[in-house]
Design a binder for this molecule. Structure first.
Ligand code: PLP
Length: 444
């Protein structure tokens, strides 16, 4: 089917060509045009496209069984993948629950926290504090409209907007504090919020260790992570790391949490975990939390496709590929190279205000004044325009107009973790060409 008319109603900024095939970091449309997948789709395709080893292992599983309902059968791929994931986690986090995507992973993490609190006689705790801005998924609470106390009992109230604290956007601060002091300042906002809400009502704090599309690869000062964990412990608030984007190697470690030696109570992963080969995610939780749930009748939760053997075979093959080729090590090394190259652009383009990120979760932000970090005029629509200039030239990058709860144009440059230095040269060449065209159009 190659007609222009589409019956799909996804949000789309621009008409897009039909995708033909992918290979490594490249994608080809049906006209034969080549694109560098400079954002790994939506920070998903961590091991690149059409990896033959992964496809072969998926095919082998397809020939055996593509579905076996988890209440009827255990399956080898899901058991093996769970064991592998548990082995990659920090000590103490070794119970795994599979899902099909990031939103499901986040919902699962929150429900797990909530039901666990109930088993501990802490049913008054239901608020989940998160950050502004942040992104944790797109579902609106399907449980809130589910008419069955069996499924809803432990989780009410639902459909409430939860309390937020500011994300640590230190790069916008113009104070005399050191980086370390700024980290503490933002972490202490969590304490203030817990106290304002009433500690007995606060269930969990949910955060992306390195921001994704909402903040543009925002990394907090080191002091932030330890202080947040301390505050959570002090008030009995569970710490949930949303590693949907950062997990599975994107930041140069399997979990971003490892950079700061943090062991959260619950971790949610997806995106690079299935790496685009299958819709797959996982929630990993403390053993004792899961035991407490199992002792009191089990986790009242589950999705039809959870632990699907084909998805798990794909996930297992992805992790094996990562291990065999030290793909996470490559992410750390190439992340340093790409970040240095992006930072170098600030000399050539005064309208780049900031470059940030970790591993291959990297972003740059455009401004009209680097000193004040004033944003570009909204009607330039820079976050769309620069993406299109790059797309025309065969480079896919990812953008959002949001920062610190307000507006600002940032661009994520997050190629697959298999990217080579020569391919980074190619990315930079096209990116500079697009930035030149942008500068010329706006006389910057
Ligand atoms: N959490 C984070 C940090 C994300 O970046 C995303 C997606 O971008 C999600 C959750 C939701 O994932 P999904 O779109 O797979 O439901």
């Amino acid at each position: 089917m190659k007609t222009e008319q589409s019956h799909l109603f996804y949000q789309s900024r621009q008409p897009r060509p039909f995708l033909d095939y992918g290979e490594g970091i490249y994608l080809y449309d049906v006209s034969g045009k080549r694109y560098i997948d400079g954002s790994s789709g939506a920070m998903v395709s961590n091991i690149g496209h059409s990896n033959p080893n992964v496809l072969a292992k998926m095919k082998a599983q397809m020939d055996r069984a593509t579905f076996g309902y988890r209440l009827h059968f255990r399956t080898e791929p899901s058991e093996k993948l769970a064991a592998k994931v548990a082995g990659l986690m920090p000590e103490g986090l070794d119970r795994v629950f599979f899902v099909s995507g990031g939103s499901e992973a986040v919902e699962t993490a929150i429900k797990l926290a909530r039901q666990y609190a109930v088993t501990q006689g802490q049913g008054s705790r239901w608020k989940v504090i998160s950050r502004m801005p942040s992104y944790h998924g797109a579902t609106m609470g399907s449980l809130g409209v589910t008419g069955s106390p069996l499924f809803t009992g432990a989780f009410a109230p639902m459909f409430e907007e939860m309390p937020k604290i500011p994300a640590p956007t230190c790069y916008l601060d113009r104070d005399n504090l050191s980086e370390e002091q700024r980290g503490i300042k933002y972490a202490e906002m969590l304490r203030e919020k817990i106290l304002a809400e009433g500690p007995d009502s606060v269930l969990a704090f949910l955060m992306e260790p390195v921001g994704g599309a909402s903040t543009g690869a925002l990394v907090a000062p080191d002091s932030y992570y330890a202080r947040v964990a301390e505050i959570c412990r002090e008030y009995g608030v569970l710490l949930i790391y949303d590693e949907v984007m950062t997990g599975a190697g994107r930041t140069g470690k399997f979990l971003a949490a490892e950079h700061w030696g943090i062991t959260p109570d619950i971790v949610a992963m997806s995106k690079g975990f299935g790496a685009g080969y299958a819709p797959l995610g996982a929630v990993v939780a403390r053993n004792d939390m899961v035991e407490a749930l199992l002792d009191s009748g089990g986790f009242q939760h589950g999705f039809t496709y959870a632990g699907n053997p084909l998805a798990c075979a794909a996930g297992l093959a992805v992790l094996e590929e990562m291990e065999e080729h030290d793909i996470i090590g490559n992410a750390a090394r190439m992340g340093d190279v790409l970040k240095a190259r992006l930072t170098g652009l600030m000399e050539r383009y005064p309208f780049i205000g900031d470059v940030r990120g970790k591993g291959l979760l990297l972003a740059f932000e455009l401004v009209s004044d680097r000193e004040t970090m004033a944003v570009l005029p909204k009607d330039w629509n820079a976050h769309v325009e620069l993406v299109e200039l790059a797309y025309e030239r065969g480079l896919i990058i990812y953008s959002r107009r949001t920062r610190g709860g307000k507006e600002g144009d940032h661009f994520l440059v997050c190629p697959p973790l298999i990217v080579t230095e020569a391919q980074i040269d190619e990315i930079m060449e096209i990116l500079c060409d697009a930035l030149d065209a942008f500068a010329e159009k706006h006389a910057l």
